[in-house]
Ligand binder design. Structure first.
Ligand SMILES: Cc1cc2nc3c(=O)[nH]c(=O)nc-3n(C[C@H](O)[C@H](O)[C@H](O)COP(=O)(O)OP(=O)(O)OC[C@H]3O[C@@H](n4cnc5c(N)ncnc54)[C@H](O)[C@@H]3O)c2cc1C
Length: 423
């Protein structure tokens, strides 16, 4: 391999939505980028679903994380790539149903802070008119939300003369070389790569890198049910979210953006949400449960046995508070040494975290959970700007602070008096 193939200004690990967005931001600033991907193509893991929803996150109160989602939505809407990967729907927008009294209370509270161009309350009759099929209850309509092809967005972000994606490279070590001030990455096939910057976007697999082994990243299994031609609810105009979600029918052109080898899909019903379940095969009973859940919301779906239908299993990476992990990678050992030598520092640390004690020239974009379409772009912009010491606006600093993994170290210190609780 030539030097161009094994060295670059920056290496990104993982060619999913998160890694591709980081590569895009780095190359935009003139850096050469190598993306190392374990599998044989981009977006074959969580980012390989045939279609995914983006919509505002309607929480009861406006928190720093909700603000992050709103900012992410604004940036996604102004991203020129969106037009090239959005699913053509008969009706713009997406519906979120108030499927229980608790969800109605939450959605109505969210209306107090959601801008009127992004959300409005609709009765069941109004939603039925928008959706083109009978809706069992009212809820929110998001006129600027929709669905897109995640593999296509990933592919578009990875295009560019300064990005070199190398497949079938399972990175298993990352060593900081202090004299050269570079990172040396080792792959299972014996190959090595070097760069000034390293960015971790390999989702739950990040814990196999020793510097990141402490990160609280949790795999969450998700099973999708595919309805095939003849079963699909063809009249549905736009995606509907309830306890699960259903897409409108995908056009035949959608096949181009699917993962190679995936079964033909006409309509997608999703998704299960199981922490720590690592089963990779489809579970027939879960297919049926997903279908029955959809039928309670959309009575026009006929009674059917879908247990043997095709589908897809993949794993989101999440964190205990379900919010993403982004920014610098804290250097646990040096933080611990510093705390051991100056125990009185603990109080100051609980107020404000010292950002100097991080691994040099390293960024992370992880744990995007069920919202990577929305969050991967803003996260990448902030992580790369911070890494390259660009001036961030006060608002951007706050968005970045919301995702810092140091929040878990602070919680541990508060609860256990230690950076890491004894497992
Ligand atoms: C069932 C399901 C439904 C979803 N629906 C939606 C939705 O409707 N809307 C939405 O916004 N989000 C949705 N999501 C979430 C979204 O798909 C994720 O947030 C997003 O794909 C995460 O992107 P990622 O790049 O972090 O992870 P991934 O796409 O998993 O990418 C990580 C990459 O790292 C690679 N990798 C792993 N280990 C290594 C290694 N050692 N060396 C090199 N490469 C490695 C993997 O092969 C993979 O390509 C859904 C997720 C699931 C599972």
């Amino acid at each position: 391999m030539s030097a161009r193939e094994t060295a670059a200004d920056a290496i990104v690990i993982g060619a999913g939505l998160a890694g591709s967005a980081l590569a895009f931001e780095l190359q935009k600033r003139g850096l050469t980028v190598i993306v190392l991907e374990a599998l044989s193509a981009h977006a074959l893991a969580a980012s390989g679903n045939p279609a995914g929803i983006w919509m505002p996150h309607a929480t009861a109160q406006l928190t720093s994380t909700t603000q992050f989602y709103l900012r992410s939505l604004r940036e996604l809407l102004s991203d020129p790539l969106l037009a090239e990967c959005r699913l053509p729907q008969r009706q713009n927008g997406a519906i979120q149903l108030a499927h229980s009294p608790a969800s109605e209370k939450r959605l109505r509270s969210a209306l107090e802070y959601l801008p009127s161009d992004l959300a409005r309350w609709c009765s069941a009759a109004e939603l039925s008119a928008i959706a083109g099929t009978h809706m069992a209850c009212g809820g929110l309509f998001f006129p600027q939300a929709g669905m897109l092809y995640p593999r296509r967005l990933t592919e578009l972000r990875l295009q560019g003369p300064r990005i070199n994606v190398i497949y079938e490279q399972i990175v298993h070590s990352a060593r900081w070389q202090p004299d050269a001030k570079t990172w040396r990455l080792g792959c299972q096939n014996g190959k090595h790569y070097e760069s000034r910057y390293v960015l971790l976007a390999q989702a739950s697999a990040v814990r196999s890198i020793s510097a990141a082994a402490w990160l609280p990243v949790i795999p969450v299994r998700g099973q999708l049910l595919y309805l095939q031609a003849g079963q699909a609810l063809t009249e549905l105009n736009c995606p509907v979210s309830y306890e699960g979600y259903i897409s409108p029918c995908l056009p035949p052109s959608a096949e181009r953006f699917q993962s190679p080898g995936d079964a033909a899909v006409c309509q997608v019903i999703g998704a299960t949400f199981e922490h720590w379940n690592t089963r990779t095969e489809l579970i027939p009973a879960q297919h049926q449960r997903l279908y029955e859940m959809a039928r309670r919301t959309l009575p026009a779906l006929p009674k059917a046995n879908v247990e043997t239908n095709p589908g897809r299993v993949s794993f989101r990476s999440s964190s205990p508070d379900r919010f993403l992990l982004a920014g610098r990678l804290p250097h646990l050992e040096s933080l611990q040494t510093s705390l051991d030598q100056n125990p009185h520092q603990m109080h100051a640390w609980l107020q404000r975290w010292p950002r100097v004690q991080a691994w040099p020239q390293t960024g992370i974009s992880l744990a995007h959970a069920s919202r990577g379409i929305l969050t991967s772009g803003l996260t990448a912009r902030l992580v790369v700007a911070d890494l390259l010491d660009e001036q961030l606006s006060p608002a951007d600093q706050q968005y970045l602070a919301a995702g810092q993994p140091t929040r878990y170290l602070q919680r541990n210190l508060r609860r256990h008096g230690k950076l890491l609780p004894v497992e």
